[in-house]
Design a protein around this ligand. Structure first.
Ligand code: NAD
Length: 283
């Protein structure tokens, strides 16, 4: 990590939501290593505790149980911590055909991925404006920049997070508050094995669907996030191939849409093949 990055975070207080797993653990680890005091907040209290106790200073970490869908709980945590930095990172996903998604699942992904971020912003942004300093960092996704099928509900929520972040950033700039949105392609975390509906399942589906061979190492991603935040940049789009694809997509939206249709077809074929194979081996 570059020295100025360490200097930016030393002695600051931070809340990381979804801090019990994957990117949240890596963000907490990088922040603590940079000298920040972090509240590692997660719905899964045990996971948050395990993460917090595994951290190595010079900063510190403590665990808190937090459900980001509970606005009052988010407000209470923000009030007690008075964070310099809020990482709205908790998120869930669903992968598969949209007709297989229940209304309950639609509501769940809206509640966690959109309302969860809104609750963080509603709790921390006024405090940061009053103080004239602070940074909000929202974890979106490449899915917030490009519309890939078969993760449609996820794409919807992450587009909302990108929109919220960039619009708020333009308001917040004159008030001393920074807003950053981070948009990674696939990162090697447990989320890649979660949330499949219908016949779709497995991280292969998710990775092939995005045309990714090797997902990003969460620790590498967390370092990139901290550099982006220390430089108070609007966005991080990573890794490089994803950044190129995103830029191309802005010039050639028709091409990207056609590629997305091809990916969806390919995924359906792969999943049909897998389902037939499973049926044969079960018979
Ligand atoms: N891993 C990837 O490929 C990838 C890519 C792009 C964006 N993201 C985003 O990164 C963020 C972190 O994901 P991850 O990959 O580390 O996933 P993960 O599943 O490893 O971790 C997510 C964490 O969020 C927590 N969580 C879920 N619902 C919650 C709630 N209501 N309140 C508080 N915590 C809750 C979970 O308990 C879990 O610990 C998510 O917003 C995800 O959408 C991930």
């Amino acid at each position: 990590m570059r020295t100025d990055v360490g200097a930016h975070f030393a002695g600051k207080t931070a809340i990381v939501t979804g801090g019990g797993s994957g990117i949240g653990v890596a963000l907490t680890r990088a922040l603590v290593a940079a000298g920040a005091d972090v509240v590692c907040a997660d719905l899964d209290e045990m996971a948050a505790s395990r993460a917090a106790t595994s951290m190595v200073g010079p900063g510190s970490a403590r665990a808190a149980r937090l459900d980001v869908t509970d606005a009052a709980a988010v407000q209470a945590l923000v009030d007690s911590v008075q964070p310099d930095l809020l990482f709205n990172n908790a998120g869930i996903t669903f992968g598969g055909e949209t007709e297989d998604l229940t209304l309950e699942q639609w509501n769940a992904i809206i509640d966690v991925n959109i309302r969860g971020v809104v609750h963080g912003v509603a709790a921390a942004y006024p405090l940061m404006v009053t103080r004239g300093s602070g940074q909000i960092v929202n974890t979106a996704s490449m899915g917030g920049l490009m519309a890939a099928g078969l993760i449609t509900s996820y794409v919807m929520t992450k587009h909302a997070v990108v929109g919220l972040s960039l619009a708020l950033r333009s308001e917040a700039a004159s008030k001393g508050v920074g807003v950053t949105v981070v948009c990674p392609a696939a990162v090697d975390t447990p989320i890649l094995d979660k949330g499949y509906v219908g016949k779709f399942h497995g991280r292969d589906f998710y990775l092939k669907g995005q045309g990714v061979r090797h997902p990003l190492d969460p620790a590498v991603f967390a370092e990139q996030v901290l550099e982006t935040v220390a430089e108070d940049k609007a966005m991080l789009v990573t890794p490089r191939p994803a950044r190129i694809a995103w830029r191309l997509g802005r010039f050639f939206p028709g091409f990207v849409q056609r590629s997305s249709i091809k990916f969806v077809d390919k995924q359906r074929r792969l999943q049909d093949k897998r389902a037939k194979k499973e049926l044969r081996s079960a018979a």
